[in-house]
Design a protein around this ligand. Sequence first.
Ligand SMILES: Cc1cc2nc3c(=O)[nH]c(=O)nc-3n(C[C@H](O)[C@H](O)[C@H](O)COP(=O)(O)OP(=O)(O)OC[C@H]3O[C@@H](n4cnc5c(N)ncnc54)[C@H](O)[C@@H]3O)c2cc1C
Length: 436
Amino acid sequence: MKYVIIGAGVAGYAAIEAIRTVDQAGEIIMISNDPHGYYSRPGLAYYLTGELHDKSLYPRTQEDYKRLKFSFLKGNVTRILRSEHALEIDGKSRLTYDKLLIAVGARALPLEVPGSKLDGVVKLDHLADAKNILKLAKSGKTAVVVGGGITALELTEGLLARGMNVHYLLRGDRYWSNVLDQHESTVVQGRLQAEGVELHHHAELAEIIGKKNRVSAIRLEDGKIIKCDMLAYAIGIRPCLELVQGTELTLDRGILADEHLQTNDPDIFAAGDVAQVFDPLSGRAVLDSLWNPARDQGYVAGMNMAGRKTAYLKSPPFNVTRLAGLTTTIIGTVGHGQDKDVVGIARGDSETWRDLPDAIEAQSGFDINHMRLVIGGKTLIGAILMGDQKLSWPLQKMIAGGADISPIREKLLMPEAPIADLIADFWVAWRAQAAL
Ligand SMILES: Cc1cc2nc3c(=O)[nH]c(=O)nc-3n(C[C@H](O)[C@H](O)[C@H](O)COP(=O)(O)OP(=O)(O)OC[C@H]3O[C@@H](n4cnc5c(N)ncnc54)[C@H](O)[C@@H]3O)c2cc1C
């Protein structure tokens, strides 16, 4: 059996690990157009701030790769030739496959304003982007960040850490309004301002102005000019679908895959940020841009490619991240509506976060240690924890495990309820009964 994996991200790598648990003899070839191979993309944020260095971005060693017995091919896959069970690489050579995994990820949506091709206009998809930002930050003084979600703040924090002055443009009246509530956005914005970031609300970028092909300023719709040497954008991402155009693989916002990660071609599988995977529990196919789901999907795809029928069971998505230096866990369904700063999905984001549940909310803490619970009929549907993370793990487990919170539901919903204590006590009892 010859397995070919397009993409050297976590989904592709997990697929190889899975295949090798079933098939020791088959040939495995991984192809990627990223010269840096497999590294931690979430780690790029910490690479920008200087907290992580080159070597620590790589989750696996050469020994790990040897043990998995696969060949790595540098190249850009330019076409999938389904009828021939083959790939075209760099527009010329061919590579055949028996089973194919498409794990090509997603990329930043482009900025569509005049001047967006100038030097100094940057995004954060790859390690090469992070290296470019660091190079430019050495000679630059002022940066403007446009966009929303986690990546816009990661860019802001990275540029601040490199000594730049940062202006942050928000189209609406608050940060990440479709995931955070008013209070949470205010906390994040307050911290950004305390770090010296200049926030501009209701700011619409009209034009990036250049001198000698290099960014020198930006102009807003209201005519305001901000002088700067860099414009960093994170306005959303889109699955990389070019490769599957014309292949008759079924697409929606991503490549549609069933719960076995199989596409409408039985020999082609899709996983990770590029895949829109069917979830039998909700009956829907959603997009996630999260490391753990990408890894789990890749693993399940690998098992199925090697002939071991395995279903992917989606758990409530979670992310433990930092927003303006404040550790924040986001679990399950927490938000609603539209956000003006991100189109569709962002990095480290899940469409599930923004489902509109039939639920009520309970909150505690109005300073930096804050918890918000989204409470359904009998279960917790989602939670946000900012600052103190003691309940992060218990809440992840109870939300994923569908813990029946009926015994404490009414108490949680009382005014001024000590929700952290109630959850902590309930966790002890639930954990014992769930034998975790
Ligand atoms: C800056 C940043 C911050 C993030 N923060 C978080 C976070 O806080 N929490 C979280 O859970 N997730 C976060 N993510 C998202 C997470 O990293 C992704 O969900 C995950 O990496 C997706 O893995 P993947 O294998 O699907 O795709 P990717 O890691 O994107 O890998 C895709 C691979 O395909 C290759 N490729 C693409 N097209 C071709 C082609 N035509 N030919 C050959 N190779 C090709 C690429 O070079 C790459 O090797 C972040 C991502 C970024 C970039």
